[in-house]
Ligand binder design. Sequence first.
Ligand code: G3P
Ligand code: CA
Length: 241
Amino acid sequence: MTKIFAHRGSAGTHPENTMIAFWEAERAGADGIELDVQLSKDGQIVVIHDETIDRTTDGTGWVKDFTYRELQQFNAAYKFADQYDVCRIPLLEEVLAWIRSTPLLLNIELKNGFIAYETLEQKVIDMIQRYQLEERTVLSSFNHNSMVFCRHLAPNIETAILYMEPLYDPWKYVRAIGADGLHPYHRTVSEPFVRQARNHRVAVRPFTINKEPLMQKMFRYGVDAIFTDYPLKAKKVRQNK
Ligand code: G3P
Ligand code: CA
């Protein structure tokens, strides 16, 4: 059965990449959560999508220029001010400490394409190992070199490559870099592609699947998982397929 990953928590209905959004994913019955990580100025792994805090908080500036303590002064739920109190940018550690007590799967996307956080891979892997979450975590990135490095550092943690445009001979490519899965933009995914992926034993998890007809299509194709901002809706669509 196709698994449902709540994208950035449940970003369609809750402040993205916050604990509230992750708790909602569990409540909605998602199979897993997806989140994005970067490093603060003092080297803490923080959960945030953009390289700046401008879009998702009431502050402004680069994530890398603030210490974790400084980042705590900003409200990551300010767009939902009528619904939630102040909500902080979480540490990856907080999410891992919580997720251990749930059955949820975890996809950690390393946001290291635009900014080269030199120690990000090692720090993320150390944290996964500290919480013994190796078996239910998939690491992913648009930076494919980073996935090669993760495979080298932790051969027992699953990796996947993110991409927007179709790849030339994806099966050869994914094996060449030692990854286990493909996380493609959904427009590059067809039924024959999913069939081929299965034959090559490569997992396919397209993003970001928010509209009902697209959900139905991906469930029909039998992709391994979808990333969606609306896990509750996806669950209903999957039940009725
Ligand atoms: O991992 C799937 C998806 O999250 C990749 O795109 O920009 O939402 O991080 P983005
Ligand atoms: Ca992401």
